[in-house]
Design a protein around this ligand. Structure first.
Ligand code: SF4
Ligand code: SF4
Length: 432
């Protein structure tokens, strides 16, 4: 998107000057920032990052290596925004700066080619994306994974490869291929919803989203799952490809606004957060009323079920103690904090145990956990200590990125609690 050049930022996809001017340097954000807690370094704090970006905007600094490093070292967890009295969005400023990284400090050719293939060809094409997972499914089915894990030879290579392999959950056939376009409401019908099925959910957590659809249907809603839906664009925003994110956003907006539904529901916090941002990323390209209509319909499944009122009369007891980790893209990016807890507490038999620092990032943060394995581990260790202190039987969360990171972390630490998505827990309590 073209606009007037701002200091040493290029015209296309630069943060706005206003987004930096809002910072009054009070420091309220500092205790909430995981990267500042790790390093104690001002430039790795929300305040420091905004100051860096402002210096670039004012032409006092070039778009330097330090700016590039901070753009990617920021977890984009948005905890600072929740704490900031001026509403500064340091995470979002850094996210936009990643787009500048690729314009001003491009990757070597082969790396750029690989990145572009993933972001511009594979992720926007659900068929290609699903096909690309076939080797991983065969790797598990043929027992090669068992051999690799038991030989421990991956431990000899770079840590990120061992971790990426270790995080792989048991893969099923992608859910998009199996879900009917319409799952009818059970019992007395209360309305209709469209289901936004995220890429990681369909590929890696198919059984979770199957439960989400079952729960929504059991709660009295027709569930429409259009097969033509595409990636929400979250990975593109995270990796600084805002143009492809806009293309995907336009596709999904057109597709979902055609449907006569009460809400567009998702069980992926990362997708929900990106879908709610369409209003901003398409602001110059779409009619405002359409964007607003779309925005108002997007609901995280916990937000939706609490809004319409959970039918809990026939829920079956789950006699377990449960603690809850809040995904950053649910609590900080969408302000959804009490609804998941209310759903957990509505299940008979559950003993809910609040953990300390439940909204502190788990260290997953899209590709952060693989790019900064040491720092991610330190953030995760803090989370695992808080989980341990609750002595809860089950750890619940509501985002696939967190679930991958936490399940891996618990297993590596020899902890026995299962990590469940909120909808798996509610699915367990839902009869039928
Ligand atoms: S980002 Fe917000 S909380 Fe942090 S120093 Fe600036 S104004 Fe204060
Ligand atoms: S988004 Fe998270 S990591 Fe980034 S500056 Fe804010 S609190 Fe720190």
């Amino acid at each position: 998107m073209s606009k007037e050049k701002l200091g040493n930022f290029t015209e296309r996809d630069a943060p706005t000057y206003e987004s930096m001017l809002q910072c009054m340097r009070c420091g309220f954000c500092l205790p909430t920032c995981p990267t500042f807690a790790l390093t104690g370094r001002e430039r790795s704090s929300p305040r420091g990052r905004v100051a860096l970006a402002r210096a670039v905007a004012e032409g006092k600094l070039p778009f330097s290596e330090a700016m590039k490093e901070e753009a990617y070292f920021c977890l984009d967890c948005r905890a600072c925004t929740s704490a900031c009295p001026s509403g500064v969005k340091a995470g979002e400023v850094m996210e936009i700066c990643r787009s500048q990284v690729h314009q001003q400090r491009p990757l070597p050719k082969w790396q750029a080619g690989f990145r572009n293939f993933i972001l511009q060809k594979m992720l926007p094409d659900p068929d290609l994306l699903e096909t690309s997972m076939l080797p991983a499914r065969l790797y598990q089915k043929l027992g090669i994974q068992w051999l690799v894990r038991n030989s421990h030879f991956l431990k000899l290579g770079p840590k990120w490869i061992d971790k990426a392999e270790g995080m792989l959950p048991e893969l099923q056939q992608p859910l998009r291929q199996r879900l009917p376009e319409l799952t009818p409401a059970k019992g007395e019908k209360r309305g209709s919803v469209a289901f936004f099925l995220g890429c990681i959910m369909t590929l890696m957590y198919a059984e979770v989203s199957k439960q989400t659809v079952r729960v929504l249907s059991h709660q009295g809603f027709d569930v429409l799952t259009p097969k033509q839906q595409k990636c929400c664009g979250a990975p593109h925003l995270t990796e600084g490809d805002r143009e492809t994110a806009r293309r995907l956003a336009t596709h999904n907006l057109d597709l979902f606004l055609e449907l006569d539904v009460d809400a567009i529901v998702t069980d992926c916090a990362g997708c929900g957060s990106a879908l709610k941002e369409y209003e901003e990323i398409l602001a110059q390209r779409q009619d405002h009323a359409r964007l607003e209509r779309f925005h108002n319909k997007i609901k995280d499944v916990s937000e939706f079920l609490i809004e319409v009122g959970l039918r809990s009369d026939d829920l079956q007891p789950v006699n377990k103690s449960v603690t809850y980790h809040e995904p950053c893209h649910l609590c900080h990016a969408q302000g959804i904090s009490k609804q998941p807890r209310e759903l957990i507490k509505a299940i008979p038999g559950i003993e809910y145990r609040e953990m300390k620092e439940a909204s502190w990032c788990c260290g997953s943060a899209a590709t952060f956990s693989l790019k900064f394995t040491e720092e991610s581990q330190q953030i995760l260790d803090r989370k695992l200590q808080n989980v341990t202190n609750t002595e809860a039987d089950i750890l619940v969360t509501a985002n696939p990125g967190c679930q991958l990171q936490l399940a891996w972390g618990l297993r590596e630490a020899g902890m026995s609690q299962p990590v469940l998505h909120l909808m798996e827990l509610l699915g367990e309590a839902t009869p039928g």
